[in-house]
Design a protein around this ligand. Sequence first.
Ligand code: HEC
Ligand code: HEC
Ligand code: HEC
Ligand code: HEC
Length: 301
Amino acid sequence: MQLRIAFAITSLAVAAFGLAMLALPEPSMSAAVLKQGPEKCQKCHKSEHGVWEGSAHGKSFRDIHKRDKAKDIAKKVGGGNMRKNALCQQCHFTMIDKRGRARANAGPSCESCHGNATSWIEIHNNEKRPKTERRQETAALGMIWPDMKYDIAENCFGCHGMSKLKGSEIDALLDAGHPINGDYEIVRYSQGSVRHRFYPPNIKTNAKMTSAELANFYAIGQLVSLVDAHEAMKKTDHPKYRAALQKRLDLAKRVVTTLPGSGGVLGSPSEAGARKVVSTIASQDLSGKIGSFLPAESSYK
Ligand code: HEC
Ligand code: HEC
Ligand code: HEC
Ligand code: HEC
């Protein structure tokens, strides 16, 4: 009898503990990693949110996990619903904290490109503080500001070039039939459906880049592509991956050769070397020099 009571109390304690566990974030996803989600940004950034909703990033959430191809890839890499698969989540979903649990809330969104806002959302817009100080603080907390073009491009390649993954993860995805795009290039992919440039004074106009801005961004994109592909090459011998990276390297070298002061970074690609070239070309109009490389506007994604 006594034993049975003790057992009942123990079971109750176990059940209560189980409930408490349910209320905690999933162990693999610490609260610090979780993002805010695009609705939070929409409150103050309506125009940008409108553009994002119409892009492939914004539309993806509705159905990508339901596609046969997604189910097939997820099954081959070890299963489960794509939205709940930790590998897929790294690139396809914005994970937020919903009542204490990690939940996919959107596809790739604001924070996929501007950095996880959990630590900076309350700081970045605090106009009571000097902007330079606020900017420095939020950048240190991982915010990627619109004019940090090198960091922006590097971040795109993390997903679009798979360079943020481990070699074994790249192998598994490619063996499962996941695509890798050797033609990914920053201007073509950012100036179509992704473009949001509602800058003052015309904050209602989604302005196109000037030809000088396009050339500069293209050059930065190729410098990033060079360094990113060079580093990613070391991760795996997978033939599909190497073919895609080689394609990017070949183009990047042809473009970077034409940039002033690029000898060093071509000889031995490094982020520091690439950033040095970025600062050299910062105020130059390169549209004459590399204009012929720029993608036609009709090909923008
Ligand atoms: C409460 C309103 C508010 C919210 C919520 C908010 N922002 Fe902002 N954001 C601002 C304001 C105001 C500025 C302009 C700050 C300045 O320039 O001094 C700004 C600036 C920015 C900039 C830089 C713009 C530029 O031209 O340099 C980015 C990028 C940005 N926000 C992204 C986000 C993202 C991503 C989210 C959601 C995670 C977000 N913001 C949420 C008000 C907000
Ligand atoms: C390193 C980032 C990354 C990871 C991790 C990743 N994907 Fe992708 N996925 C992408 C990108 C980027 C695209 C767009 C490909 C393109 O068009 O270049 C994509 C496209 C897809 C597509 C569309 C393919 C097509 O041919 O239309 C499917 C389906 C897909 N991914 C499924 C998955 C599944 C399932 C997982 C997890 C097992 C996963 N992905 C993990 C980045 C990733
Ligand atoms: C695919 C990556 C990507 C996504 C997703 C993205 N941004 Fe941006 N964002 C950029 C880039 C690149 C720029 C720089 C544009 C330029 O100066 O050419 C930018 C610029 C901005 C700016 C300054 C220009 C302007 O329109 O005022 C703000 C604010 C901003 N983003 C907020 C957001 C918010 C809010 C979201 C989500 C609703 C979002 N971004 C989603 C890449 C992205
Ligand atoms: C967190 C990962 C991630 C980041 C960062 C990211 N993307 Fe994507 N992007 C994806 C995924 C995943 C898809 C595929 C969505 C789908 O097909 O459902 C995609 C699709 C796209 C597409 C549509 C592709 C097509 O063939 O039509 C464009 C354009 C694009 N991204 C541009 C960019 C640009 C430009 C940047 C950086 C400024 C960027 N992305 C950053 C994950 C990412």
